[in-house]
Design a protein around this ligand. Structure first.
Ligand code: G1P
Length: 310
């Protein structure tokens, strides 16, 4: 019997043990979650999103080559004293703000990459009996109200698992967990089915799971009993499908924009979009980008004309 204490979400799990093969060779010795969006790594954005939702306990499910993440969220005494000594106040603050005083980081190692469901199961002892959030750092989100804060707001009313979803082209259903359900409120759906990476003609809908979950702690029992699913991995999606047979689960069509930073093109789009509004570089970056677009356009037009008259 669970002894749930909190009626809000206080813990977030960040599965970061993945190999990041799509970004090799940069991910050979460093974590993909440390890829920078201008000057902040993906994982910092993810942690800031959790923090903005009132979450203070951050649980990282880590693996080999991921030590840079622990260092990033640790105090950097030498660096801080050098910045203090040279009176670089703004930089000092940017370093200190990575880990606010009331935030607590915990680490557990996933020593075999057996899938997302297995990664979540590795966090069981640290999560305990409370419902918790899961954030996949390579799904980078921009929203007026941070996406996890939107979800925690929903959770406070529902006290049930909530999975963030987004509509995708049918040709891409094989890249995502796909859900179906019926709308109970604008943007909120009572889930009735969830399948991991179905082929386009087998997908129950085009509503795709993106990397934000609020999960009831009862998910652990389902994950413990899960057999390997697609790709031979213990899938979180399959655990949610089992949970769905026992209790209500909701899917939530969030407000905001998602960048798939697990892919090169998604990552590049995120970098460009953030650079365009970055307080330090936006001015010069925007004018460079404008020139770049104009000259590329001019070149393409010239090329098309010479192809036409060739
Ligand atoms: C994982 C999940 C999948 C979800 C996706 C979102 O897949 O298994 O259900 O839709 O994240 O990014 P992955 O991208 O790790 O293959």
């Amino acid at each position: 019997m669970r002894n749930k204490i909190s009626s809000t979400i206080t813990k977030a799990v960040f599965p970061i043990a993945g190999l990041g093969t799509r970004f090799l060779p940069v991910t050979k010795a460093s974590p993909k979650e440390m890829l920078p969006i201008v000057d902040k790594p993906l994982i910092q954005y993810a942690v800031e999103e959790a923090y903005a939702a009132g979450i203070r306990q951050m649980i990282f499910v880590t693996g080999r080559t991921k030590r840079a993440i622990e260092d990033h969220f640790d105090t950097a005494y030498e660096l801080e004293s050098i910045l203090e000594y040279s009176q670089k106040q703004q930089l000092l603050e940017s370093v200190r703000n990575v880990t606010p005083d009331d935030m607590h980081c915990m680490y557990v190692r996933q020593n075999r990459t057996l899938g997302l469901g297995h990664a979540i199961l590795c966090a069981e002892k640290l999560v305990g009996d409370d419902d918790f959030a899961v954030i996949l750092a390579d799904d980078f989100m921009i929203a007026e109200q941070p996406v996890m804060a939107q979800m925690v707001e929903q959770y406070k009313r529902l006290q049930k698992s909530i999975i963030a979803v987004q509509n995708v082209p049918r040709t891409q259903t094989n890249l995502y967990g796909i859900v179906s359900g019926s709308e109970v409120q604008p943007g909120l759906f009572g889930m009735n089915n969830i399948v991991e990476k179905p082929l386009p003609d087998e997908a129950p809908s085009t509503m795709a799971v993106v990397g934000r979950y609020i999960l009831a702690a009862t998910i652990f029992e389902e994950l413990r009993n899960q057999q390997p699913g697609i790709g031979g991995e213990i899938q979180l999606t399959d655990g949610i499908a089992s949970l769905l047979k026992k209790e209500r689960v909701f899917s939530y069509h969030f407000n905001g924009k998602r960048y798939d930073c697990g892919s090169k093109i998604g990552y590049l789009k995120a970098v460009v979009d953030i650079a365009c509004s970055h307080p330090e570089v936006s001015g010069s970056f925007n004018s460079w980008l404008k020139n770049k677009v104009q000259s590329t356009h001019a070149q393409t037009t010239k090329q098309n004309q010479s192809d036409y008259f060739a």
